[in-house]
Design a protein around this ligand. Sequence first.
Ligand code: NAP
Ligand code: MG
Length: 483
Amino acid sequence: MKTPSTIWDYAPAPESTKVEIKPQYGLFIDGAFREPRSGCSIETINPATEVSLSRISEADAIDVNLAVVAARKALKNWRRAPALERAKYLYRIARRIQERARELAVLETMDNGKPIRESRDEDVPQSAAHFFHHAGWCDKLKWACPTANGSAPEPIGVCGQIIPWNFPLMMAAWKIAPALACGNTVVLKPAETTSLTALRLAEILQEIDLPPGVVNIITGAGETGRELVAHGDVDKIAFTGSTDVGRAIASTVAGTKKRLTLELGGKSPNIIFADAAIDQAVEGIVSSIWANQGQVCCAGSRLLVEESVADEVIEKLRMRMRSLRVGDPLDKNTDIGAINSRAQLDRIESFIKIGVAEGAQRHEVSDVVLPPKGFWCKPCFFTEVQPAHTIAREEIFGPVLAVMTFRTPDEAVARANNTMYGLSAGIWTSRGSKAYEVARQIKAGVVWCNTFNQFDPAAPFGGYRESGFGREGGRSGLSAYCA
Ligand code: NAP
Ligand code: MG
């Protein structure tokens, strides 16, 4: 049988790639781009074509120190700036992101591999929304995070922020906006494979005349992040990434005065009850595990289906999976783009092999034609999965879903909580009381009911257990940046 894509033969709808990309980028320190002291740089490629896009600088310990010194110097005025003055800058950043939205979306898709539909409709608007939202909090901090004497809270100081490659611009916005709103200054390290939109954000910060040193953006590999974490004059580390690196950071920070928030991995359950609207639930499964090629920390990567509707859900999911268009991320029709790096693709493929070897049954669309170059993984799901299987326990961070069944709400809750993680969960039911009862018992930072992967700057996001601690968004997110 042919896939729908070959039956319907969509005309390609590629987005124009006309965005300026410099051959090399410096480090953004104290309001200006500078050469790294070591002269070292890293190539950043388009994972959908393996074509080189640019080179980013590698900051060493001395560069990291320069950035921290700049942030410390800027803190003096920034923390004392009138709240409305800080708000003015945050509004300006938000508006400039909107004005340069197309360019940012194209750049994000080229550097990361995600479909343009997602970078255009999710990443970039969410990034602007975070700056807008936090601009509004600047003069309301004494209500948001009241102190004992009723005055506005003090900022923590210089914040080192380290972000991953799955939502590069959005993660930068989630980190920078609350920090600045509360009067902190920032040294941000983006992931080495996806630094281009953070560097474009640095250009925006120059355009809107943000005082030098308030935000510094230093690129580099893991070593640059390690130097930032270990720096003696950083007051807080905010990290999003893998649980292993989070653990290493926690041990470096332990015993120091540094504050720490960690947003780590997940293996989140998506629970479908028999009384759910099944078609909508299937759409929810699609967005929970196949958005951004499944490279989402809160992806609903464990599907728990009530046994009586399991056959129906699996059949509908199989049909829906056939309709997903895998390929050129810059094509506006594309649903599944490229995996961010060769290393991540290897990691996903090794999990798929383990899943098959452990006896689970893999379902995928066999006749998808993948582009000749680039890092591609077809969406798939596994049935016959046991809770002890590796693919049911470990975070894969790819378009791979493990499907299991349950018979009662109690069993659903027990299976959902049978994980070392606790980032998110989804519940699909037409009964409000059941949604409430089950949500109450799930150990996860976010529980979505009859939806999945919905984000809002006002809604706190974060984890329990090995998914980390601390919240981003809303008042809880602000309090993580107040002393
Ligand atoms: P990662 O290694 O944890 O990287 C996250 C960030 O930390 C990157 O900026 C990274 O720099 C930096 N980093 C690496 N080692 C560091 C160290 N020792 N000290 C300080 N910073 C350090 O995650 P990844 O390599 O991007 O992805 C690996 C796995 O992490 C994924 O397969 C997935 O399971 C998980 N992950 C989770 C999230 C999430 O949102 N929770 C996001 C992405 C990945 P470089 O990129 O330059 O190495
Ligand atoms: Mg790249």
